[in-house]
Design a protein around this ligand. Structure first.
Ligand SMILES: Cc1cc2nc3c(=O)[nH]c(=O)nc-3n(C[C@H](O)[C@H](O)[C@H](O)COP(=O)(O)O)c2cc1C
Length: 374
């Protein structure tokens, strides 16, 4: 089918066969040491067969202090390299590209680390925070430098393992968003205060990755440009942050939300996408940022209708469309759209997949699981 969505595009030498990205999705298929499993390889093979040009893995922690689940992929030591190599080979054999999402959870590691009698860290401790009740401590300068180094080391490992790119997780509730948010980052040293200080962590990570994985390695970032509650990061600053990141050398931006507010409506996982005006819920932010940067931009968040995605790319509001939940239900959805652009995804964005993974389960579409039982 002729559509701009099936036209190729290159990001820093990485040739992508179309404009569909599988947005990073935690899957819980790693083993208890954080290594790739055969089941996980099968899961990615389905995605690779399904037609998306680029698959971004789920959160993969670069340092043990940033882990949130016992069955999450680790890129914190060289042990990960052979398993990741098998995974990247499997995806390449089926004609897709794969990027890993490099991640540190910051204070969001509190629950997981408490069970191991360890303390979580964040930019600064906020007393009586209505959005976060667990204990954690403010990071020292040495903690921050260690985390920076761990991003670079992880990127070097991932490149060695044959991945096409890395995506730094700078969105949602996690460490980089925590640093960027004026609500949560209350530091008065070089890592806090005005916008460029709150972005220093991002910039140092960029430099460390470049030094260790190479100037020519495609380096993407998913950035949260607005927090989900009043008093947090505002779009005015978030859009400026996106511009800085592009100028400093990130090769592509995926535009999402920052710290989470209350209920799903205050997060990146909005529901009730049953009306066209509920779809593409970060479209306005993405369009604004796309107009201000010179690197490729990915739109994510509630994209469901082919015609709407086509309009977004044709209109120059984004270069790529990035989807998560529809792929959980239908890994082959891009191929379905290639045959029939009126096809409606079976995913109803109910978020039961999400509730299940937050309870420690492996990823699956719960609607499909229910249908199988009946
Ligand atoms: C089960 C599940 C796991 C997710 N895991 C990640 C993740 O590891 N990293 C990330 O950046 N976003 C993650 N997300 C968010 C998605 O990438 C995406 O930004 C969000 O779901 C909106 O896109 P969608 O409407 O196409 O689902 C996850 C979402 C879901 C539902």
């Amino acid at each position: 089918m002729m559509s701009i969505l099936f036209e190729p595009m290159v990001i820093k030498g990485m040739e992508l066969k179309n404009r569909f990205v599988r947005s990073a999705t935690y899957d819980g298929y790693a083993d208890h040491t954080g290594q790739v499993t055969d089941k996980q390889i099968q899961f990615f093979e389905d995605l690779a067969r399904g037609g998306a040009a680029l698959i971004v893995t789920g959160i993969s922690h670069v340092h043990d202090s940033g882990q949130t689940s016992p069955i999450q992929n680790s890129v914190a030591s060289d042990h990960c390299i052979p398993g990741l190599k098998k995974l990247s080979d499997a995806v390449h054999n089926l004609g897709a590209k794969i990027a890993i999402q490099l991640f540190h959870a910051g204070r969001e590691s509190a629950r997981f680390l408490k069970a191991k009698n360890l303390e979580a860290v964040g930019p600064s401790f906020v007393h009586d925070d209505p959005y976060f009740k667990r204990p954690y401590r403010s990071m020292t300068g040495e903690d921050i430098s260690e985390v920076v180094r761990s991003f670079g080391d992880a990127a070097r490992r991932v490149r060695e393992a044959g991945f096409d790119a890395v995506q730094v997780h700078g969105a949602h509730a996690y460490l980089l968003s925590q640093f960027l948010s004026p609500y949560l980052n209350r530091r008065n040293d070089q890592w806090g205060g005005h916008l460029e200080n709150r972005l220093r962590l991002h910039r140092e990570i960029l430099k460390d990755i470049r030094a260790k994985a190479g100037e020519d390695y495609p380096l993407l970032i998913k950035i949260g440009v607005q927090d989900g509650f009043p008093g947090g990061l505002e779009l005015r600053e978030g859009a400026l942050a996106a511009r800085f990141l592009a100028e400093w050398g990130f090769d592509a931006l995926e535009i999402s939300s920052g710290l989470r507010g209350k209920r799903y409506e205050g997060t990146e996982f909005k529901t009730k996408l049953n009306r066209p005006e509920r779809e593409a819920y970060f479209r306005g932010w993405c369009k604004e940022i796309k107009g201000e940067v010179d690197v490729p931009v990915m739109m994510v968040g509630g994209l469901r209708t082919f015609a709407l995605m086509e309009e977004v790319v044709e209109g120059g509001e984004a270069d790529f469309v990035s989807l998560c939940r529809p792929f959980i239900r239908e890994p082959f959805i891009v191929n379905k759209w290639r045959k029939d652009n009126h096809y409606r995804p079976a995913c109803i964005s109910c978020n039961q997949c999400l509730d299940a993974i937050f309870q420690g389960n492996r990823l699956q579409c719960m609607q499909e699981a229910k249908a199988r039982k009946n």
